[in-house]
Structures are given as C-alpha cells and as structure tokens.
Design a protein around this ligand. Structure first.
Ligand code: AMP
Ligand code: DBH
Length: 543
C-alpha cells in the first residue's frame, strides 16, 4: 500500500510552526478538549440526533474501537460517502482517533467515481447511508464491492440488509472502548479530500491535522465564531467549503453547534434557522438566488442569522448587492479550493469590496503570485494566473506524479487554474479560469472525463464538452458531438452518461450535433483551442 504523505520542505514546516500556525493539535485531541471544557453544550444536531460534546466524544471513542475490532488498522483508507447526517461526526472523529483515513466522496457520486476513489486510495472499507432522497446506497455498495475486492467492510448508517461484510453505525457506536489509542502525529495526513478535477478523474488531496486545523481555526477567527455560534450545513458536509471554511470543523473547534440540513431548500432550511437560532451558513451562488426569492414570502424568523457566506463559484455583483438587505445578514464571499488556499471578505471590509471581490487569503504566509502565460508576475489590477503556496496548501496530490508535474511549480506553488486580478488591498477578483473544467453551480466537471465517456458510445465519432454561461447555474455543460454515421438523439446521449455510473450533475445539460468541429480541419489544434472555438460559436449562435 502506498503510504499517504504530505511533505513541506523542512524550512517551511519550521516557519509554519514558529509562527504559530501549526500548533500540534489533532482532530481527536481538540474534540477531547472541547468535551472537557463544554461537556453539556450541544455539538451536533441532525435528523433525530442531538449530541453534546461529551456524547460526541464518547461516540467517537466507541467508533474508533469498533472499527479496529472489525479488522481495520491505523493507516487504512476508507471511502466515506454520507449525506448530511449526524453520524458523520462520530464516524470521522472515530477514524481520526484510530489513525484511519477517510476519503471524502460526495452523495451524488455513483459507481464510476466511487470505484476510482477506492482504487486510487487503496481503500479497504466504504461508509454509506442506507438510503437518501429515494436512492439506495446499498445497491451502489454491492456494485462497488464486486468491482473492488479490496473493500472488506461496508459501514451503513441505517440497516445493512444482506450486504456482505456490512456493519451498522449502531453496532460500532455500541462498542466498549478498550485501552487508550496512541495519538496520531499532528503532521500525519488525517484524511483525503477530492479535487473537483480540471482534467480527467478526481485526484486525492492529502491534508494533515496541523495544516487543516490551522485553516479552520483561522477561518473561525475571521468569521468571529464562539461557543454561541450555530452553523447550518446546507451544502453536502463532505465538501471542503462547508467542512472547513470555517464550516463544521471550524464551528466545533470554536465550541459552537453544527446543525445539519437534509436539504438546501428554503422550505427545509428556513424553519431550521428559526428553531435552532442559526447564526451562520454557507452556500453556492444559485442557492443564494433561490433563498433571495424565497425570502419575500417567508414565514420563518431568520433574525438569528448574522453571516451568509457565498462561494464555490463566482457571485454576480448584482446578486451580491441584494443579499444583505433582503435577508438581513452580512454577506461574506469565500473563494477556496480543497487543495488549500481560502480567501474571505472581512467583517470590516467596505461594502464595495464585499460585493465585488472574492476576498483575501486567510494567512499572512499565504504566498500569492499572479502571473502571465510565461510565468512573469503581472502588476496589481491586471488579470493573470493564480499560483499559491502556504501553510495549508498541499505540495502534491496522492500518488499521482503526472498530475503533480502539471499542477505544481518546481518551487512548490500550486497552479490553481484560476485567472484573478489582485487589488492593492490584497483582495482577489476571480475573472475566470485557464483550465477547461465546468463550474456548474459550484460542482466542478472535467471536460476530459465526460469526453472520454462520450467517445465510448458506438454512435460518437468525436466529442468536445464546453461550459456555457447560464443565468441560474452560472455555467452549464454542452457536449458537441460528431456522429459516427447514425445520429443518436440527445436523450440517448444523456442516458448513456447516466448508464456509465456517473454523478447526475455530470450529464450534459445540452447536446449539439455537428458535422465537423472546425472549418479549417487541419487536425493540428489542441483540445483546449477546439473547446474555445466551440464555446465561441455557441455564444454567437445565442446572440
Ligand atoms: P474544487 O477544485 O472543487 O476544490 O474547486 C475549487 C475551485 O472553485 C476554485 O479553483 C475556483 O475555480 C472555484 N471557486 C471557488 N470559490 C469561488 C468563488 N467564490 N468565485 C469563483 N470561483 C470560485
Ligand atoms: O469551491 C470550493 O472548493 C471551495 C469554495 C469555498 C472551497 O474548497 C472552500 C471554500 O474551502
């Protein structure tokens, strides 16, 4: 098994420790500390569950013991695919305590993505919910088990049914903890996030206790969280934004309360805000728009809500301007990435910056470079490629030398793929991006990945997938297809993508059949140039 590591050069690690960013805390350690300080405060609310810090702490110990008793070992990797359920917390804190590494998948992922993540991470177990929104994850697990024999265990939140090797969360949570477990090293990798994937399949992002805890501790400070803070999780909890910016972990670190919403819809979320006196939440731009619309006819009391964070995709200034007055909140823009760097607008920023920029970095030691195509720095105010390095930005993906050679410079800067403009205040304005992924309402789709699946269709001769501006989603996906003789119908193409076991958000929103891709079919143009030409053609046709 390839060990999971994340290595900063010694001089950087030393500096990050000396400056107090990496404080030697671990996930298991900080939860224990909160449980001692605030045993009876409610930590997590979700579904029918309502657990105090003391209860969560004990449940995490039980899960850790239960997983080890089930044959898992420190260093093992486990694909975790859970919707917004309270059991997420004892499960992942239990893994952290046992030194087992969660690999976070999203509820929308299907067998192709889960199999890839399981294989890439060399996972030996898979955690699912019984069912959610009418989808039975046990059926998915059966397919994954058949394709990945290395998975020995499936943990089910709910009824395991007749799944081979399955154990329920309830069984784990009933285990009696034994002798105290050895503390993992704070510099060890605690878990793996997944990249949105600008090219091909998702890459694995190893995050250490030290670096990740720094990112959400500092985020919690920026967002002025304290034990009275109540965070409503409306996006899927495993996404990096609601997980850490400051998200659920930032709130637990501050001793506050996490409330899990089973759905982002105002019908579900607004009553929860009133009942739990929610103070902060975070969402993607299309959802903010939906909340703005719903706010006009709301009956729930939203007066407890102080901060509304929007990120994951570009928020249009016209919408940004309406958020504060309509919802009675302070807006905060958040521009982040699972690889590390996160930017926030600040409490004391003038409105113009909050409305027009995506914020500035968390850390004084976040190094930000804005460069031209040749890698030369551009002056402030000019657009360029964003490169970054710092105390919570990874130096490499797990076990992927090819991707690492492309995504990191020789001196360790991460090429974000985003085009930004930096203002003299250090605030960044996202202009677009250099890579060809599609940012569909904050869900990132790799054009290449979808093209590969389209090319496998017998009636497809060639395919190119591009982003199209969309009023509601920000961007939608369009697949250009050259048929191979018979022209299939668009619905057949969409059904094909679904049949490939992919998340629903990857199904092309639009399918356009063409006879050829370019008038000057010299065959010498790159995929990227081709996508640019097709995007342009579509924009002209729309005019
Ligand atoms: P991911 O790879 O899924 O972690 O997504 C990170 C990417 O999402 C960033 O590199 C940006 O392209 C995009 N993104 C995140 N937040 C924002 C934002 N506030 N405005 C524009 N783009 C964003
Ligand atoms: O889109 C993202 O990945 C994202 C957005 C806001 C993120 O990872 C984050 C904040 O931490």
């Amino acid at each position: 098994m390839v060990p999971v590591q994340q290595v900063w050069p010694e001089e950087f690690a030393r500096r990050y420790r000396e400056r107090g960013y990496w404080q030697g805390e671990t996930f298991g350690g900080f939860l224990r500390q909160r449980a001692r300080q605030l045993p009876d405060r409610v930590a997590v609310v979700g579904g029918g569950d309502r657990w105090t810090y003391a209860e969560l702490d004990l449940l995490a110990d039980r899960v850790a013991a239960g997983l080890l008793a089930a044959g898992l070992e420190a260093g093992d990797r486990v694909v975790v695919q859970l919707p917004n359920v309270a059991a997420f917390f004892p499960l992942v804190f239990g893994m952290f305590r046992a030194g087992i590494l969660p690999v976070f998948a999203l509820p929308a992922h299907r067998q192709t993505e889960i199999v890839h993540l399981a294989q890439r991470s060399e996972a030996c177990a898979y955690v699912i919910a019984e069912r959610q929104d009418g989808f039975d994850y046990r059926t998915l697990a059966r397919t994954v088990l058949a394709e990945v024999p290395a998975i020995r265990r499936v943990v089910v939140v709910g009824e395991p049914g007749d799944l081979p090797g399955a154990i329920s969360f309830a069984e784990l949570a009933a285990t009696t903890p034994g002798a105290p477990l050895p503390e993992p090293s704070p510099s060890a990798v605690a878990f793996m996030q997944i990249s949105g994937g600008s090219t091909g399949l998702s890459k694995l992002i190893p995050r250490t206790h030290d670096d990740y805890i720094y990112s959400f501790r500092a985020s919690a400070e920026i967002c002025q969280l304290d034990p009275n803070s109540v965070y409503l999780t409306v996006l899927p909890v495993a996404h990096n934004f609601p997980m850490s910016s400051p998200g659920v972990f930032g709130v637990l670190h501050a001793g506050g309360r996490v409330v899990l919403s089973p759905s982002p819809s105002p019908d579900v979320a607004f009553p929860l805000i009133e009942q739990e006196r929610v103070t902060i939440t975070g969402m993607v731009p299309p959802l903010a728009l939906l909340w703005l619309q719903a706010a006009a006819s709301r009956t729930a009391d939203l007066s407890s809500l102080k901060l509304l964070q929007v990120g994951g995709a570009k928020l249009a200034p016209e919408i940004a301007r309406r958020i504060g007055p309509t919802l009675g909140v302070r807006l905060q823009q958040v521009f982040g990435m699972a690889e590390g760097l996160v930017n926030y607008t600040r409490h004391d920023d003038p409105d113009e910056l909050v409305i027009n920029t995506q914020g500035r970095p968390i850390s004084p030691d976040d190094e930000v470079l804005v460069v031209d195509d040749q890698g030369r720095p551009v002056p402030d105010g000019e657009p360029g490629h964003l490169l970054t390095r710092g105390p919570y930005t990874i130096r490499g993906y797990h076990n992927d030398p090819g991707a690492n050679a492309r995504a990191f410079t020789e001196d360790g800067f991460y090429r974000t793929g985003d085009i930004v403009r930096r203002l003299p205040s250090g605030h960044l304005e996202v202009q677009g991006r250099a890579t060809d992924h599609i940012n569909r309402a904050g869900e990132k789709i790799s054009a290449e990945e979808i093209e590969d699946h389209l090319l496998a269709h017998p009636d497809v001769f060639d395919a190119a997938v591009v982003s199209v501006p969309d009023e509601y989603l920000g961007e939608r996906s369009c697949a250009f297809i050259i048929p191979n003789g018979r022209q299939p119908r668009a619905v057949e193409i969409k059904a094909w993508i679904r049949s490939r076991g992919l998340a629903e958000f990857k199904v092309p929103d639009q399918v356009v059949f063409v006879g050829e891709f370019t008038a000057t079919a010299v065959g010498k143009i790159s995929r990227r140039e081709l996508r640019a030409i097709l995007r342009q053609r579509l924009a002209e046709a729309d005019r």
